[in-house]
Design a binder for this molecule. Sequence first.
Ligand SMILES: O=C(CO)[C@H](O)[C@H](O)COP(=O)(O)O
Length: 219
Amino acid sequence: MTQDELKALVGRAAVEHVVPGAVVGVGTGSTVNCFIDELAKIKDRIAGAVSSSQKSTERLQAHGIAVLDANQVDSLPVYIDGADEIDHGGHMIKGGGAALTREKIVADMAERFVCIADASKLVQTLGRFPLPVEVIPMASGLVSRRLRALGGQPRVREGVVTDNGNVILDVTGLEIRDPAAMESDINNWPGVVTVGIFARNRAKVCLLGTPEGVRRLDF
Ligand SMILES: O=C(CO)[C@H](O)[C@H](O)COP(=O)(O)O
């Protein structure tokens, strides 16, 4: 099976986790695009979606799925999103699609994060994938120096401006031994909008696409 077929597999499987009659939180990325295309088939059974990016909003609306303002939604039973890496505790690195801040907001609104990913995303320890950090442009020098002091090598992602008007630093070489501690540490630095470690908002369930089918991990 190709990686695209594995993404399609988990995109389909995720539909079973959508709560009928409720609003669903929708992430960003190629795996989520598969999910959105499946969600379109049951759009009459949901109350709409809260989206984590302009790209997902456009895809949802193209399917005729109502996209609601996050501030008008009080209850979000489920958030469905992909990941760049996920460990065996449900901690993730996210932000490969530069949508990490809105993804973390919608994840925090939701009762349950269901991660959908192909099997290559499952890792023992987070950190092989360059860690995205969304930063207010005037702080990119300051934050880069602090990341270097932690042992990382940050690079500004070329040509990318986030939906919030900020830049992304991609950081290689960081050892993420304690995801929760590193998330709260980096998030506290002035100028950092969001770090792409999802520990506080970790997944409760992961639907992993494998050549043998969907493997479900509960955390
Ligand atoms: O965090 C993300 C976007 O900001 C995505 O969930 C992550 O990059 C995985 O994307 P894909 O499903 O295309 O592999």
